[in-house]
Write a protein that binds this ligand. Structure first.
Ligand code: KIV
Length: 271
């Protein structure tokens, strides 16, 4: 949070606000951002959560995966986003190999919070003991299940996860374990809408979907995909909000409203 003056409409959101949104059935809107200018626009549009995602490795740095992203990169971009942030809740990703042990995870999470200004860190997979350790240290954690882009070299391709009953059950079990370990938010990526719905109902914590259907407690998209400026092909679950907008600001507002009104994602953007 920077030193700009706050009023009621710009007072910063906390995890309690996001939890309350789930409780009253208000959808949580989230977009990725990596710099101050987009952070300011996203704040102006009223988006609830900014994810400083390691997707920056692809959309900012031009890599073919998120794997080359370092903790130094993440801290730099989180700090840029935080510089112009007023109201949005900021989550920053722990990049590949930056949480290989609980201690290493804690050291890197501290950098994202202390130097980057993030309010919460996100890590991929069912790293239950790492999550428990971070939470005990006072570090808020967002889990990330379903498609795990940091595992691309094991997965072979970016595919929908949780399609078999066994895999769906595994993801549900892991989601419950993450919640039990103290995670207070969960991102679900590329899973069937019916599974995401079940997980969103089962969990007390908010579930933010990407390619996970309309029944999640909130939605996130990669900013450059929804603005149609990514150098890679837009995933099926994303949508070009510039299609019917005359400005970037209008496209972001349209996304925010579509999420709040449960108009996005529709069936064509779900699995
Ligand atoms: O890095 C990122 O942008 C993400 C989203 C795909 C959820 O983790």
């Amino acid at each position: 949070m920077n030193a700009m003056s706050q009023d009621a409409t710009t007072s910063p959101l906390s995890i309690n606000d996001l939890q309350a949104m789930k409780q009253r059935g208000e959808k949580i809107s989230c977009l990725t951002a990596y710099d101050a200018s987009f952070s300011a626009l996203i704040n102006k549009a009223g988006i609830d959560v900014i994810l400083v995602g390691d997707s920056l490795g692809m959309v900012i740095q031009g890599h073919t995966s998120t794997l080359p992203v370092t903790i130094h990169d993440m801290v730099y971009h989180a700090r840029c986003v935080n510089q112009a942030n007023q109201r949005a809740f900021i989550i920053a990703d722990l990049p590949f190999m930056s949480y290989s042990t609980p201690i290493i995870a804690a050291e890197n999470a501290a950098k994202l919070i202390q130097q980057g200004g993030a309010q919460m860190i996100k890590l991929e997979g069912a790293r239950i003991e790492t999550v428990r350790f971070l939470v005990e240290l006072g570090i808020p954690v967002c889990g990330h299940l379903g498609l795990l882009p940091q595992l691309i070299n094991q997965l072979g391709s970016y595919q929908v996860q949780g399609k078999t009953p066994e895999d769906a059950q595994r993801i549900l079990t892991e989601a419950l374990q993450l919640q039990e370990a103290g995670a207070t938010l969960l991102v679900l990526e590329c899973v069937p809408a019916v599974l995401a719905k079940e997980i969103s109902i089962e969990l007390n914590i908010p579930v933010i979907g990407i390619g996970a259907g309309v029944h999640c407690d909130g939605q996130v998209l990669v900013l450059y995909d929804m603005l149609n400026i990514s150098i890679t092909k837009r995933p099926r679950f994303s949508k070009n909000f510039m299609d019917s907008a005359v400005s970037i600001e209008e496209a972001i507002i349209a996304y925010h409203q579509a999420v709040k009104q449960s108009l996005f994602p529709s069936a064509e953007h779900s699995f």
